[in-house]
Design a binder for this molecule. Structure first.
Ligand SMILES: Nc1ncnc2c1ncn2[C@@H]1O[C@H](COP(=O)(O)OP(=O)(O)OP(=O)(O)O)[C@@H](O)[C@H]1O
Ligand SMILES: [Mg+2]
Length: 499
């Protein structure tokens, strides 16, 4: 046994993040840690990695009690972590970040830059990551940063490696590479802790699973003997069906029309319509242009060309502000960066986009701010102390729920949801779908980008499939994953099968 945690406690002011955390990890096993958003998973991992100190309970490393005061101490034991939010130094290069704090030194103790660049190149090449050792980290996409974190962890995590939702921003092929890395490490005898909300990953990855609920370890079992239904019951503490089925609404008037719309180079000549009451799924591989299409519709791309109609009137959004005024909302994919004011209270975040709705005379009504915030917190089960808490202090998944609430409370009429369930736990996914369904029933038009095919199939009335920036085809809501993949990945010669 490598690591053993018993009765671990951690408080942040009035918030109890962990009340009774227990976990044991053996060498050569992949141990999954599961739990709802805010259950205490990341906090537990940060304690193991020396980023936070426990308030109580025990932690043993190879049988001896340890208390890491900082990440350097845990690194000395060969423990490394891939963080849920990037902790890299933005102004440094990829290679410098991989070795930050653990620089390779040559004779006379001088930092050996050439050796570090060389080793970074090797790591990148070995895993076919689309990176270069010299690139500045600031310029990288969220996925790129994640890959740097992964390189950093495999370079230093010789005994225990912690992956805290490593794949949520990665493409299909990058995700596969991460799986391969995890298996290789395990086979070499490294212990791996892996956190994810994606069911498909759980099943294919884990040897054992530990489930946290409200800061407490409620169960540990071999993955092979635990059914999905049992797992969810331990997580949520009640029966939740993993299946969600939506009763379609008869569509009303056309609310959004996009015609011959291009946003070079990612979006090429797209035409589509969404009617009131409809949820239209937008499927496709990562890089097919779905996010870029949503951004362009929302006025975020100055080079966008083509026509837009909202409520059958021609519009031209030069800025997101103009789109918002016309009743359009974009719930972005990269919520932590673009959707959330981390230093402001939850309440402000939730009501920010809808200030005019709660201040009829130009004054902010605290009573309505409170009501709207309370409703959102209850509705999406945002786990927090109170609406006054800083949004940046919430767990990753709960931050995402705040951004969704912000747009829902504003009363927009056309919603562009980009990967709405990414990083969100199973119970809350359902709540998000129910919110979308209710919006549609109240007459909203919804375009939903999702890479989770089972979810698109559960929610969408119609499915548009994008490929290489174009709409490759349209399918009814009750289609199959195979049909969608066929359109998404079809690699025909240019022209065939394309409009
Ligand atoms: N620095 C902090 N200050 C205040 N509260 C915090 C801090 N870090 C975490 N918390 C709180 O501790 C609780 C547990 O958070 P944690 O990040 O461990 O959850 P998680 O299980 O990783 O959730 P997710 O699946 O959303 O990532 C949450 O209620 C969170 O708001
Ligand atoms: Mg977390």
């Amino acid at each position: 046994m490598l690591l053993e945690l018993t009765g671990v406690e951690k408080r942040f002011g009035g918030v109890i993040a962990l009340r009774n955390g227990a976990l044991s990890v053996d060498a050569g096993e992949v141990h999954l840690v599961m739990g709802e958003n805010g259950a205490g998973k990341s906090t537990m991992m940060k304690i193991i990695a020396g980023l936070q100190r426990r308030d109580g309970g025990g932690m043993k490393w190879r049988g001896e009690t340890v208390d890491f005061a900082n990440p350097v101490e845990s690194a000395r034991m060969g423990i490394a972590m891939v963080h849920q939010e990037s902790l890299l130094a933005p102004h440094l290069s990829v290679a410098e970040n991989i070795f930050l704090g653990r620089e390779l030194r040559g004779r006379f103790g001088l930092v050996d830059r050439a050796a570090m660049t060389q080793r970074a190149r090797q790591l990148i090449a070995e895993h076919h990551f689309p990176l270069q050792a010299e690139w500045q980290v600031e310029r990288l996409s969220p996925a790129g940063k994640q890959l740097v974190e992964i390189c950093r962890a495999i370079q230093h995590g010789t005994s225990l490696l912690i992956f805290d939702e490593p794949t949520s921003s990665l493409s299909e092929s990058e995700t596969k590479e991460v799986f391969k890395i995890v298996r290789t490490l395990r086979d070499r005898g490294t212990g791996v802790i892996y956190i994810t909300h994606r069911m498909d990953e759980l099943r294919s990855m884990g040897d054992r699973v530990t489930i946290l609920r409200d800061g407490e370890t409620v169960h540990t079992e071999a993955m092979s003997t635990l059914s999905t239904a049992q797992m969810i019951r331990y997580m949520v503490g009640r029966e939740v069906s993993a299946l969600y089925t939506r009763e379609p609404v008869t569509p009303g008037a056309e609310m959004l029309r996009v015609h011959n719309f291009s946003a070079p180079p990612a979006v090429k000549d797209v035409s589509l319509t969404v009617r009131a009451g409809e949820i239209v799924g937008l499927a496709g591989l990562i890089g097919a242009g779905r996010t870029e299409l949503c951004k362009a519709i929302f006025g975020l791309d100055r080079n966008a060309r083509g026509s837009l109609w909202v409520n059958e009137k021609p519009v031209h959004f030069r800025t997101p502000n103009a789109a918002v005024k016309a009743g359009v909302a974009l719930i972005p994919e990269d919520r932590q960066k673009t959707g959330l004011a981390r230093e402001l209270p939850i309440a402000w975040n939730v009501t920010m986009a809808g200030l005019d709705a709660i201040s009829p005379y130009g004054l902010l009504s605290h009573a309505s701010e409170k009501t709207i915030t309370a409703q959102s917190i209850e509705r999406l089960r945002i786990r927090c102390d109170s609406g006054a808490q800083k949004a940046g202090r919430l767990s990753g998944g709960n931050q995402q729920k705040v951004v969704i609430s912000k747009w829902v409370s504003r009363g927009a009429k056309i919603f562009l949801f980009d990967e709405p369930t990414r990083g969100i736990d199973i119970g809350a996914k359902r709540e998000v779908f129910e919110v979308m369904d209710e919006l549609a029933r109240q007459g909203a038009a919804i375009l939903m980008v999702s890479s989770e095919l089972p979810e698109i199939l559960q929610v969408a009335d119609r499915i548009l499939v994008m490929r290489h920036g174009r709409i490759a085809g349209e399918l009814p809501g009750r289609t199959t994953q195979e049909e969608i993949m066929r359109l998404a990945a079809l690699d025909t010669t240019e022209g065939a099968g394309q409009r």
